[in-house]
Design a protein around this ligand. Sequence first.
Ligand code: GLA
Length: 665
Amino acid sequence: MLWYGGDYNPEQWPREVWAEDVELMQRAGVTVVTVGVFSWAKLEPADGDFRFEWLDDVIDGLHAAGIGVDLATATASPPPWLTAAHPEVLAVDASGHRWSIGSRAHHNPTSPIFRRHADRLVSKIAERYAHHPALLAWHVGNEFGNEVPRDYGDESADAFRTWLRSRYGTIDQLNDAWGTAFWSQQYGSFDEIHPARVTPTFPNPSQALDYERFGSDMLLAAYRAEVAILRRANSAIPITTNFMGPFKPADYWAWAEEVDFVSDDCYPDPLDPEGHVYAALRRDLMRSLAGGKPWVLMEQATSAVNWRPVNGAKRPGQMRALSHQAIARGADGIMYFQWRQAARGAEKFHSAMLPAVGTDSRIWREVVQLGEELAALSDLAGAPVEQAPVAIVFDWESWWACEQGAMPARTDYLATITEWYTGLYELGVLVDFARPDDDLSRYRVVVAAATTVLSDAAAEALDRYVQQGGHLVATYLTGLVDPTARLLPGGPLGPLAATLGIRIEEIAPRAEGDALRERLGLSTDVRGEISGRVGVWAEVLHTIGATVVARYGPGDLAGHPAVTRRGHGQGLGWYVSAELDRPGREALLRIVLERADVAPASTPPAVELVRRGGLVFAINHGTAPVRLALAGHDVLSGLDVEHLELEPHGTAVVQPSPESSGAQA
Ligand code: GLA
């Protein structure tokens, strides 16, 4: 079965509505709903006063209709009585200000008092429902860290000191790792250390990096506390929590090891012409976090959200196309926020499966249609996606490190990753994400863009990858520091410089904007096997065995190497020192792929073709119709086709005929 449904918040509605909900869910082909995410105040209206009868009725009603339940632990937002009695449960921001109630998720999830109450609630829920026949999965909390990514209060200060003691052992080792000899920061004991609160000027970068690690670990500790209770109650029920794509505050590589299945909330902007690329990146990240196993799209919107400055509606077919994209890229379920559009509260303008205007609506008809289509695709459940030939390194530590202050230039890690991903997406190449020290041998090409933190293990893994025949593309901002945020000895790239056959003498960012660069006599482009304009990042680079692929054009760096390549062992190591523009990046990717024997697709950039379980998903995210030479049986329409005609947002799922060689535009 593929999951199909959404967050169901019946506590917002009188009981009369519940029967209609279930009946309409059946009409829409709903198989699973997530219940109880924000129900704490209704389940425990006063300290220790538990009221489960209403939830019994909801779950029993769903079960009678054959609808499964993804049951939340209801700890996503504490009720007002808890924070009134224990204000210290409220989270504190970096300037020491305590958040107020009146919205949601304003708490510190590792506060001992919060944990005591939350764990008691989870125990009661587990005790009551762990063996309910409707229960398919546990949904722990909700989007850990979304509202309050980090807490900086006194309880967290204590927890940080404990975390540091176990990481460093002695205060001398911490002083050494943090370089506290600079700026009179030397600590006499762990008790003197504070969380990474607001400071008058740049904070200690090693401390700031450790606070990110600690913060991610603390969120994970809150998740783990609930998991332990749920496992004791019934170890057969799978457990998840909803991720938020590439979410900076939580290192999901660590989290992925602790969930039984990965699930994701994904809200591409319908008004972003590259919203489908944004979504594809997130699907591929989830599949990679899941180690290739199926994952669930836990939340998306049927149409508009309500939290952007302008909340565009999805166009006809757009929700369907994005949903099939998720299935193609490994999802075993499509879920929404939320089942019934709210009439009150902060999310009443957010679209839902059942719109406020009712069933005579495009949204409802599309919801019903997708329910039917997913039922027809149910055999796909559990099937793997085709092997991706390319991996992009995704590293939370590098993200945290490269966006700190006091760096050579301001950087946006996710934008950098997205640029490389987009280039590959437009060439029709499927991408996995990987950790820098993973075994990368199954990939023909690996892109390590802005992998700022380079551990010895990662440098060795990347070198081995190239030696054994891999094609590594490393870019500027890679290998600047070790895991303590110390400069790598010998200059940028550390040991990887030898792999790539280069030496970086100096990092020399350009002024922003071509006009200013020209006025200052700075190079603004690169020329050679590839050419293109370049952005802010630049370096003075010397080759030691590498071949120059492109050199800087006129200006201060004229003729200096900007992009290089070196054969190393059986593979090739490419280095991209300049911040290439989109055409330059595409040109480079083309020659890298060609050398690595990876064939780009010949479909238009907005058309994707992904293979899963013997089926080809063909999706046109563009605004013009396309015709594809793909013959076979269209599983969705039930027709045999000689070729495909796809309208804007048109989608086909084709069992290709044996003679069909693949799609050509
Ligand atoms: C998040 C939350 C949901 C809801 C949606 C709205 O994903 O988990 O409760 O607020 O955003 O888009």
